[in-house]
Design a protein around this ligand. Structure first.
Ligand SMILES: NC(=O)c1ccc[n+]([C@@H]2O[C@H](COP(=O)([O-])OP(=O)(O)OC[C@H]3O[C@@H](n4cnc5c(N)ncnc54)[C@H](O)[C@@H]3O)[C@@H](O)[C@H]2O)c1
Ligand SMILES: [Zn+2]
Length: 360
């Protein structure tokens, strides 16, 4: 097991990663002050069926443990589930010294984290991520639920006490979820620079390569990229926005197709190709889009659905949290590893997006 310290302006906490990480859970809880009075596990159906028992057996018998399970999928990051969790917590008698365990992927991390951020004005929580994508979502303290009019619109910044990344939990992930999570890994490589990107190109030919030492390396590198950015800018006033590389169009596609129709990482992969095309247009130089495309083709990432409408996507892009005054702001790449948030003109976006959708 490896321990990676996550440092933010407001807090420092450990991330434990490895094949035996879950066995540290009871020590982590034991080591907290004030003493933990009860544990509230929030999970979802698929993950709870597979791992809830195992997690429970790694908790001390002396502390009361409760659990609440929501359906699997993005639709569960809802205000209704948030409210139900609060009701359950109150009915179970959770107090200010209780702790929430988020057992699941990014959906549960975000939902349970937001419950923790607001229950009695904020109680402690621990992330127990179970997806590859969660190497991104479990670090950094952004927690939220969706509103029908916007993704992640109701949320908070609330850092966990610890992240416990038990890699055997990933063994049951379906292939499309490996690919989705790997989309964020590729994003982290583009933010980081040549070394990480060429390592991925050389060492990961198929998603089956993501095991043992290689999986650990990929996760540690990805987490480091995210942790370094969060350390500089916890609340996204500056460089943290770079983590949105590929997300302006990616979120618009997810929302246009309907949440759950395309995985987050697939949408981000398409969004990154578009962000590079936009960057080439804005900076007037060759940024080797074909290198990214070749990498994505290896893993069968989809290309953009040609029935999508450029104008509708642009309306969605204007609702992105980076955008203001009804103009689109995107994370563009000046060169590998060097990002910039830039305002882009409607005419430019329309031109590049239209050819992009046509597959030209
Ligand atoms: N807070 C952040 O900084 C941040 C960053 C990136 C993404 N996110 C959020 O994360 C969410 C996406 O996360 P995700 O991709 O992990 O989605 P998810 O939590 O829905 O998990 C994806 C699917 O995998 C299944 N699953 C999870 N773990 C499994 C396991 N071990 N074995 C078998 N099946 C398993 C789930 O049931 C689900 O169907 C989005 O809502 C996104 O907004 C948040
Ligand atoms: Zn993302």
């Amino acid at each position: 097991m490896v321990e990676v310290p996550i440092k933010t302006a407001s807090k420092e906490y450990p991330l434990f990663i490895g094949n035996d990480a879950i066995y540290s859970l009871s020590d982590v809880i034991d080591g907290l002050t004030p003493r933990v009075s009860s544990v509230f596990i929030i999970s979802e159906e698929t993950v709870a069926e597979l791992y809830l028992e195992e997690v429970r057996t790694n908790l001390q018998d002396s502390i009361p443990v409760y659990h609440y399970v929501v359906p699997s999928g993005e639709a569960s990051k809802s205000f209704e589930n948030y409210y139900e969790c609060q009701t359950f917590a109150l009915q179970s008698g959770l107090d200010r010294n209780s702790i929430i365990l988020a057992l699941g992927g990014g959906v549960i991390g975000d939902l349970a984290g937001f419950v923790a951020a607001t229950y009695m004005r904020g109680i402690r929580f621990i992330q127990v991520p179970t997806t590859l994508l969660a190497h991104d979502s479990a670090v950094g303290g952004k927690v939220a639920v969706n509103h029908p009019l916007g993704k992640n619109i109701i949320g908070a910044f609330h850092q966990p006490e610890a992240v416990i990344y038990h890699l055997p939990f990933l063994a049951t992930l379906p292939v499309e979820e490996w690919r989705s999570g790997y989309g964020e890994v590729i994003k982290h490589a583009y933010l980081s620079g040549e070394e990480f990107l060429s390592w991925l190109e050389k060492e990961v030919s198929t998603l089956d390569d993501l095991k043992d030492e290689k999986l650990l390396h990929v996760l540690k590198e990805g987490i480091n990229v995210k942790a370094q950015i969060v350390a500089k800018d916890e609340k996204e006033s500056n460089v943290r926005a770079f983590l949105n590389f590929g997300h302006t169009l990616g979120h618009a596609i997810e929302s246009e197709l309907g949440y759950g129709k395309i995985t987050h990482g697939d949408a981000v992969a398409i969004g990154m190709v578009f962000a590079l095309r936009m960057s080439e247009h804005v900076y007037g130089k060759d940024l080797n889009v074909s290198r990214l495309q070749a990498l994505l083709e290896r893993f069968d990432y989809p290309t953009i659905d040609c029935s999508l409408d450029a104008h509708r996507l642009m309306e969605k892009m204007k609702k992105d949290k980076k955008s203001y005054e009804h103009t689109i702001h995107m994370v563009l790449m000046k060169e590998l590893g060097q990002m910039e948030v830039r305002k882009v003109n409607d005419e430019d976006v329309l031109r590049v997006l239209t050819t992009f959708i046509k597959g030209e």
